[in-house]
Write a protein that binds this ligand. Structure first.
Ligand code: NIG
Ligand code: FE
Length: 395
């Protein structure tokens, strides 16, 4: 089954040469892969055809950070914050209670609802974390259900220390590294830890991340969200694919990210450990935004993701994150779109996503707009007209 998309006004390819095609570009998709990219006049024939009508076409969004395995919501906590209360992460335990009490079917239904909501808004790849179970059975089932929706599953048993381990955090670390990881790892691709005051300190996080690494999982880190801390340095030390939030960074943190992977054959001049920025969290916690310009100018690879979760960022909209990044974080619209597509792919160490070139996965968005600029220029407007997911138009 092949598909020709023609009459593309702007093709935002993210390809290695930085070439964007304007005026009457075309893409041919064969099966779930992109087969051909170029000017419409040279396009090969295909079984089906979509006329983009002069609209912009870009890679599907890659949301590399989402917490979709939960039950309930925390709208009242959001209202309290908007009335002046600070975000501390303390509400995570509220969601842990609701998640433990939910049936498998309730968790599955909620995740399906959010994955569908994200797809309709152009997210064709989504990472899903556990982290609201925080005991062996509930972490394991969170990941088992998450794996029904995505290959990018992340074990976040190290989200916070649950109440029943309040006074013995080292016992909780042993549980995470032992029985919890043993049952979670078969359903997980990644291990993550929330390195922050009130969550996990550097040594405990290192112990857990190394245990995950030994089980064959890739490393990702939540770091430097609520204040300065060791998260970024730890992530670089462990060759993490990504360190997420990065709101409070020292110059040494920025330098470490820019230099990460410099000794790797794969090094392309920008940092290998990606800084994933999550502006939905700053929006929803009324906190200062991270400075993406500082990171980009230093040579750090930057991704944008939603952090979709019921506490700090209950949005599934990558377009919203792009708009925030442009307005509040000193990114150009092109940088923000790149970070939401190729940046996310880099954060997941996937070279088949986030680009429009032959061989890449056929995940494409046709906008209701002539250029990518409109995603930031027209904030809040549903501009995702068509989503091609794995080579097929999704409904
Ligand atoms: O990424 N920072 C830690 N975890 C989530 C928030 C979880 C919650 O508040 O429920 C985050 O923002
Ligand atoms: Fe998060």
């Amino acid at each position: 089954m092949s598909l020709l998309i023609t009459n593309i006004g702007e093709l935002f390819t993210n390809d290695a040469h930085g070439r964007e095609l304007a005026h009457d570009a075309a893409v041919v998709v064969d099966g779930d892969r992109i087969a051909w990219v170029g000017p419409a006049t040279g396009a090969p024939a295909a079984d089906e055809r979509i006329d983009a009508g002069g609209a912009a076409v870009l890679p599907g969004f890659v949301d590399s950070h989402a917490h979709l395995m939960f039950a309930g919501d925390r709208a009242a906590e959001f209202a309290a914050r908007m009335a002046g209360e600070a975000y501390t992460g303390g509400g995570i335990r509220t969601t842990v209670g609701a998640t433990r009490a939910a049936t498998d079917e309730q968790l599955r239904h909620n995740a399906r609802r959010l994955v569908g909501e994200a797809l309709r808004q152009g997210t064709t790849t989504i990472e899903i974390k556990s982290g609201y179970g925080l005991n062996v059975a509930d972490e394991a089932r969170s990941l088992r259900i998450a794996a029904e929706f995505t290959a990018e599953t992340t074990f976040l048993g190290a989200h916070v220390v649950p109440a029943e381990f309040q006074d013995r955090p080292d016992d909780y670390v042993s549980l995470v590294c032992g029985p919890m990881l043993a049952l979670a790892a078969p359903h997980a691709k990644w291990v993550d830890a929330f390195v922050e005051r009130g969550a996990f300190d550097e040594d405990r996080a290192r112990t857990i991340l190394l245990a995950g690494k030994e089980m064959g999982l890739g490393v990702r880190v939540h770091g430097n969200q609520l204040g300065p801390g060791p998260g970024v340095q730890l992530a670089v030390e462990l060759d993490a694919a990504s360190v997420d939030h990065c709101t409070h960074l020292s110059d040494a943190d920025v330098d470490a990210l820019a230099a990460s992977g410099a000794d790797c054959m794969c090094h392309d001049g920008s940092g290998r450990t990606v800084a994933t920025l999550l502006p939905g969290a700053e929006f929803s916690t009324r906190s200062p935004y991270p400075d993406a310009r500082r990171l980009l100018d230093a040579g750090v690879t930057v991704a944008l993701a939603t952090d979709c979760n019921p506490g700090s960022s209950y949005t599934s909209s990558m377009s919203f994150c792009i708009a925030l990044a442009v307005r509040e974080m000193r990114m150009t619209p092109a940088e923000a779109v790149r970070a939401a597509t190729l940046g996310g792919a880099r954060a997941l160490r996937r070279d088949d996503l986030g680009v429009i070139r032959p061989g890449a996965r056929a995940d494409l968005l046709i906008l209701d707009a002539p250029s990518h600029l409109h995603l930031a220029y027209r904030p809040g407007v549903p501009l995702i007209r068509d989503v091609i997911h794995g080579g097929r138009p999704s409904t």
